[in-house]
Structures are given as C-alpha cells and as structure tokens.
Write a protein that binds this ligand. Structure first.
Ligand SMILES: *Cc1c(COP(=O)(O)O)cnc(C)c1O
Length: 404
C-alpha cells in the first residue's frame, strides 16, 4: 500500500488554500500536480546547464544534450519501445497526433476508411476530419454502449481491406473507460490497418508495454504524469516513422541543406525541428522516474480503492447519475444530478476548495450520445485521499440542497 501521507509532502501545491479552504484537487485528468523532485530538476536545469542541444562544442551544451538523450532512453525503457529513436519529443498529445495525421495525408487515398472510437478527445477527432477533407478518405465511428464501453462486434464489422487507420484512446478522459486496446490493435492488423493509441489518459495509471501491445503509434502528454506542460511523446514503430514525411521544416531536422534540395535527418531528429522543450523533456523523464519509484501497480490499486469508495458515496445522493460505468475503468467519475447544471455544482465545490472539471471535457460527441450538455468530473490521483472524497461528497450534497 502507498504511504500517502509522505507522498503528499512531495507536492507543495497540496498545502495551499483555496477560498479559505484546504485545496482538494480532483482535476487530475486535465493536468496532474508536480512533485518537488521534478520541480528541482527544472530549477537545476536553468541554474546549472541551460544550453541548446546537439550543436555545441561547449560543456553546457554537451551536458544538456546528454540529459536530453538520457530522457529519451528513460522513456523508451518505461514504455518498452524497441528503439530509443522511436520516441519523438513533441509539445504533447495534440501535437503528436497532428504529426501522424499530417503524415498520413501522403499515404491515404480517396475512399480509404479511417475508424475512430466514439469516446475520443477532440484532439483525436479533429485532425482525422481534417485528414479526410484533404484526401477524400471516409471517417467511421466505432460505437459504444450505455455503460461507456466500445462495442467490439460493431468494430469488427467496420473493419475491411479499405480500413487504413484506427484511432482509439487507451483510456477515455471523460468516462474513465479502459479500452481493450491489445485486441483492437490485433483486429486492425488482420486487415493491414495501422493503429494510433492516444495514451494521454492511460499513462498516469497504466504502464503500457508498447511491444506487447504491438501499437503502431502511442501518444502521451507529460503534464498528465506529474511532469510539466507543453511536452509529450509520440511513439511510432521505426518503419512507420520512416514512411511518414516530416511535419515541420527547420533546424535540427535536416542532414544537408542546399537551395536545390534538403535531405532530412534520421530518426528521431526528423520530427524534432527547431529547439525543443529541453528542460521539459528532462523533467518529463524525471516525472516518470518519480512515479516508477512509487510503482504503477501500487498506484493503480490505490486509485481503484478511491474510485470504489467515491462511487459508493456519490451514489447515496438522490438523483445522482454516473456516466461511464465500464467494468474496467480508471479513477474518473463523471456525474450529474437530475435537474442541476454541472457548472453550478462545480462553482459551489470551488467555493469549498474542491477543484473538479465541468463541461464536455473536450469530448462533445460523448455528451451528445448521453444527451447531456456536460458533466461534473472528479478525477483522482495517487496523492488524493478518502478524506478529500468526503469533503467533495459533502459539497455535492450541499449543492444539491442549495440548487433545488
Ligand atoms: C489530455 C488529453 C489529450 C490532450 O492532451 P494535450 O496535452 O492537451 O495535447 C488528448 N487525449 C486525451 C485522452 C487526454 O486526456
């Protein structure tokens, strides 16, 4: 079991007050908090070896380059990627997905089909719609049931020799559903389609083994795994990354430039044009180190305990409905109280120091499916406690009383 009392000491922000109340931070699915160990790495970078990478003869540049490339190795190991150069550093999941969507424009033809799951984040819908507009490919949706689980028979029926790409998140940010991604990938491969898995919401809870999953692409954002904002990863199988054209032109991504012709650098630099978020990448790896030291299976077990407890407590409230009751889910609870607007509940919780998200959670199609404008979403992390859940539940009860 986790030593949560000690873990909480690592997160300075958890000591702060909001509206005169102790902060209860339940917006972890939007962004996670940062432990002192990672903050120290950021400070150390700017205090001691801030320099541009891959181009300096001087010591600082070499130190920064070494740390940056060590971070790539750390992340490769974490996800069990076959090669370090299959890890591309990006500004986050959105950027990672756009690299792939843009690259596929040259590999997709009119009439080809792209499948996308019904529970995607907007960042995993819009780039494919743009790709379809450019190429004349057809976007088809893998449906889900009322529990918030993908309907696998319907998925298999949609797959054909026309399917070129399948996009699915590993975990839904709005519902918490853990999708059977290994099966989804295997089925797509049977018809020769490539699969991009949006792992942004899975990464804080599940350590994905990318070789075992056989994913073609996998994306995450550092700020959901206790790292800084504005940095993330695109994993791609070497063969796919070699096939895709670069996304941005500029420094760092070339091997030779003349005004007649430019040849591109090898992986991973082909996709890392310009000066990257050097400090962010180093802190990203430090954040994964921090979480690995606690242990992902310990984190998952503890968070599941919080999920079960909070679900039970919330369901004791009259007219409260939870959206997303999949058998396998992470510690995310999306709910509404009949007749009340989620925003009003969220505002009252905020007055009590409880931070939740309200709205459509960048997943409007899911809200349309349930015929609701949005939900209140509480998402838990390994540094949260049952005490904090009690504070939220009392707040929701108060809101229900005040708002009728
Ligand atoms: C947060 C999130 C994203 C977007 O990540 P950015 O860091 O904003 O690019 C995409 N998909 C899912 C499932 C997410 O949870």
């Amino acid at each position: 079991m986790l030593d949560v009392t000690n873990i909480r000491k690592d997160f300075p922000i958890l000591k702060r007050e909001v509206n005169g109340k102790a902060l209860v931070y339940f917006d972890n699915a939007a962004t996670s908090q940062t432990p002192q160990q990672v903050i120290n790495v950021i400070v150390d970078y700017y205090q001691n070896y801030n320099a541009n990478i891959h181009r300096g003869v001087h010591v600082l540049s070499q130190e920064a380059t070494d740390k940056y490339e060590q971070a790539r190795n750390t992340i490769q190991k974490h996800f069990n990627a076959a090669k370090a150069h299959e890890i591309i550093f990006t500004s986050g999941t959105t950027h990672s997905i756009n690299i792939v969507a843009n690259g596929f424009a040259s590999l997709i033809n009119k009439g080809d089909e792209i499948l996308v799951s019904a529970m995607e984040h907007h960042s995993n819908i819009v780039p494919w719609q743009m790709l379809c507009e450019r190429t004349g490919a057809i976007l088809k949706v893998i449906p889900m049931n009322l529990e918030g689980e993908l309907i696998l028979e319907a998925y298999e029926a949609l797959l054909s020799h026309k399917t070129k790409l399948v996009f699915c998140n590993h975990v839904s940010n709005a519902l918490g559903t853990i999708n059977p991604i290994k099966k989804i990938i295997a089925k797509a491969h049977e018809v020769g389609a490539a699969v991009l898995v949006d792992g942004a919401q899975a990464a804080p809870h599940i350590k994905a083994d990318l070789q075992a999953l056989d994913a073609d692409f996998y994306t995450i954002s550092a700020h959901k795994v206790c790292g800084p904002t504005g940095v993330g990863m695109l994993y791609g199988k070497e063969a796919w990354l070699n096939k895709l054209p670069p996304y941005q032109g500029g420094g760092e991504m070339i091997s030779e430039v003349t005004f007649k012709k430019t040849s591109y650098a090898d992986l991973p630099h082909k996709f890392e044009a310009g000066t990257p978020n050097i400090c962010g990448v180093i802190a990203f790896a430090a954040a994964l180190d921090y979480m690995n030291a606690i242990g992902f299976s310990e984190i998952a077990a503890y968070e599941n305990d919080l999920l079960v407890y909070a679900t039970q407590k919330l369901l004791e409230i009259d007219d409260l409905k939870i959206y997303g009751v999949a058998e396998k889910k992470t510690a995310v609870i999306s709910f509404n109280i009949n007749g009340l607007h989620p925003y009003d509940i969220g505002s009252i919780l905020d007055k009590l120091g409880v931070a939740v998200r309200t709205g459509h959670h960048c997943a409007q199609p899911i809200m349309d499916f349930f015929k609701i404008p949005g939900t209140v979403r509480a998402s838990f992390s390994f540094y949260n406690t049952k005490n904090e859940i009690d504070v939220m539940v009392d707040g929701v009860k108060l809101a229900a009383k005040m708002l009728v």
